[in-house]
Write a protein that binds this ligand. Structure first.
Ligand code: CO
Length: 165
């Protein structure tokens, strides 16, 4: 009888200790998930402006892997797209920007995005002054990517880094 009680006590203690451990670790996890810094929004909206000065107003964009990314490109200038066209094209990793820009330059009929170009992950339309275009896509795998405007001569200035974290 005495032995049994001791056993029961030990078992109860072990159960309690184990249970409290589990609760503690679960509690910590829940706290981490609820902490604002750790919350990953499902969607992120980014606005990029570019005018007749041939510049994007963002040099860096940071998103999270798997996030739905909404990019809005605004052409804040006055010039037509034939003279000062802008688009926003996200390039695959390893693409040599100058090589691709040279190739894109020849694709006037398709607004300087070569048909079936494997170097482009996503891109907006080519737009002129006062126009805007929005695209939505799922962020690619973690890594560092580059974005450019593929209008002839623009990528030298119109470029930036797209980080997927
Ligand atoms: Co441009």
């Amino acid at each position: 009888m005495k032995k049994l009680s001791l056993f029961a006590l030990v078992a109860l203690f072990a159960f309690t200790a184990c249970n409290s451990n589990t609760e503690k670790s679960e509690g910590t996890e829940t706290l981490t998930q609820e902490s604002p810094a750790e919350v990953v929004a499902k969607e992120v909206s980014i606005t990029i402006n570019a005018g007749d000065d041939m510049k994007f107003d963002l040099a860096e964009i940071k998103v999270k892997e798997g996030q739905t990314v909404k990019i809005t490109l605004n052409h804040t200038g006055k010039l037509a797209k034939e003279a000062m066209g802008h688009n926003w094209a996200l390039l695959t990793q390893g693409t040599i920007v100058s090589d691709f820009a040279a190739k894109a330059m020849q694709a006037k009929d398709t607004d300087y995005i070569p048909a079936g170009a494997t170097e482009v992950i996503v891109h907006t339309k080519l737009i002129g002054g006062g126009q805007t275009d929005t695209i939505e896509f799922v962020a690619p795998a973690k890594g560092v990517y580059e974005f450019i405007c593929t209008f002839p001569g623009h990528s030298a200035l119109m470029k930036g880094t797209f980080y997927v974290e």
